[in-house]
Design a protein. Structure first.
Length: 485
């Protein structure tokens, strides 16, 4: 049942966001101009933290758990709603705000995933919610998480320490080319390093005395190729060689490779990982070498929540998307023209947009409507929001900060994320999430339904971080001891 003060409370939130939008744009622009890689977000984190401290939020610094992580909280008691902020950039994606490729700093990092907008949009939502709490319109607590290193799947570090415990629900946002509920799941993912150790020898003179670590690594890759046929559908394995010997005339006594294994559910990923580890063990046995492995990082699949997704959709429908100036539309058109139609089509299809909507969207430059895409779909990529979704009911929405068909991790996305188009999409997102939080904090029944849906989806599982799952795997399965970072 809707709260009677519904429209008044939401008007307050929207007004607070509009009043402060210049601040939010300044923060997002500053983070964009000084892009910091995962685990190095010193200035980005400080900028957000100090702004929220000055705005009256209670700040908890979490550097002892993960450097530059923090919580900004306001309100009291239940329900406690989380907003999952991020601010890290990507290497090699420096780009000016223009529609032709040109680095701002040669070889430098850039916000090609729009995380300058991601964190700041949810910071804006938190500021809006605080205004409604202060006006006595809202029960409960809002908790903004400044969570570093999303691009290196950093949230499990916080999750493992219990930082997301105590939430009744959480929302995640991502900049995108669409205004849509992100109703899809994502793949769970674990990245491992395998290190093989053999014996060196002169490769021509006494090869029979050598034991090649590179042979073991190569056979692991071959084994993985044969394993592919027998994986759950939707699973992925990719790998690179990071060390394969020094000279062809020396039998390599050391070789190493990074392997990334993904699957639509963590509970399917664990047995698949076990098989990949067995392949490496088998390769070591075949070649007379030894193997050890290390978990670099891992994250859970995203469990979507229909009740909370519906709530986000109601607010997307209720709040009008931004209008654009002719200059902004021209910028978007030119940026869009740097991508082929097929690239754009695939970007949309891989987000779970149906074929008819995709063709319709391809005839537009910027998404000026709203959608509800991705239901029943799992995108092959991964996000560390997945871990939070296994701890508390979580839903995500996107707003258009890039032209249609522009995907993340591109120079085009860096350009758009520093533009006024990006900023408009960000402020729009602040309003959507501010209002969705309002609904969840005032509609007890809706929150209870969201939690019941989540309980059913979790089906009795308790959250164990990927790193710990892998430790357990090693204890159950063999003599090799994984070292973990
Ligand atoms: Zn991202």
């Amino acid at each position: 049942m809707k709260n009677r003060g519904d429209s008044m409370g939401k008007e307050l939130i929207i007004a607070a966001i509009e009043n402060k939008q210049r601040d939010f744009i300044r923060i997002a622009e500053e983070i964009w101009k000084n892009p910091e890689l995962s685990y190095h977000e010193k200035a980005s984190s400080a900028l957000q933290k100090e702004y929220l401290r000055n705005a009256g939020f209670r700040i908890t610094e979490l550097d002892a758990i993960q450097q530059y992580a923090f919580i900004a909280e306001w309100g009291s008691g239940a329900p406690v709603i989380g907003l999952l902020g991020e601010f890290d950039a990507l290497p090699g994606l420096s780009q000016k705000v223009q529609a032709t490729q040109e680095e701002l700093v040669p070889g430098g990092p850039g916000h090609g995933c729009g995380h300058n907008l991601l964190g700041t949009a949810l910071l804006g939502a938190a500021v809006g919610i605080k205004a409604a709490i202060d006006a006595g319109k809202l029960p409960g607590t809002i908790r903004y998480f400044g969570a570093p290193a999303e691009e290196q799947l950093g949230k499990p570090i916080l999750a493992r320490a219990g930082v997301f415990s105590g939430l009744d629900a959480a929302f995640g946002y991502h900049p995108s080319d669409l205004n849509t509920v992100a109703a899809f799941g994502t793949n769970a993912s674990v990245q491992l390093i395998f290190r093989f150790h053999g014996s060196p020898a002169h490769a021509a003179q006494v090869p029979h005395l050598g034991r090649s670590a590179l042979d073991a690594l190569t056979l692991t890759q071959v084994g993985v190729e044969f394993l592919r046929e027998h994986m759950p559908s939707g699973a992925r394995i990719h790998y690179i060689v990071t060390s394969g010997g020094l000279r062809a005339n020396i039998v390599p006594d050391y070789a190493a490779g990074d392997f990334q294994v993904r699957s639509p559910r963590m509970k399917e990923l664990v047995p698949l990982l076990k098989r990949v580890i067995d392949v490496a063990r088998g390769a070591a046995l075949m070649t007379g070498t030894t193997v050890d492995y290390q978990v670099q990082h891992g994250c859970y699949d995203v469990l979507p929540n229909k009740i909370m997704s519906d709530l986000l959709y109601e607010n997307l429908k209720a709040l009008p998307p931004p209008a654009y100036t002719p200059e902004e539309l021209d910028f978007c058109r030119k940026l869009s023209n740097t991508m082929t139609i097929d690239q754009k089509r695939n970007t949309l299809l891989m987000l779970g947009v149906d074929a008819v909507s995709t063709e319709n969207l391809l005839s537009q430059t910027v998404h000026e409507g709203v959608g509800y895409w991705g239901q029943g779909w799992t995108i092959p990529a991964s996000t560390d929001v997945g871990d939070v979704s296994h701890i508390t009911p979580t839903a995500q929405a996107y707003t258009a900060t890039y032209p249609i068909g522009i995907g993340s991790h591109t120079w085009q996305a860096t350009a758009a994320s520093g533009s006024t188009v990006g900023m408009k999409g960000m402020v729009y997102a602040s309003k959507i999430f501010g209002c969705a939080c309002y609904d969840l904090m005032t509609q007890k029944e809706t929150l209870a339904k969201a939690r019941a849906e989540w309980e059913a989806a979790i089906d009795g599982e308790t959250y164990v971080a990927a790193e710990d799952l892998l430790k357990k795997l090693a204890e159950d399965g063999g003599s090799e001891t994984p070292s973990t970072s």
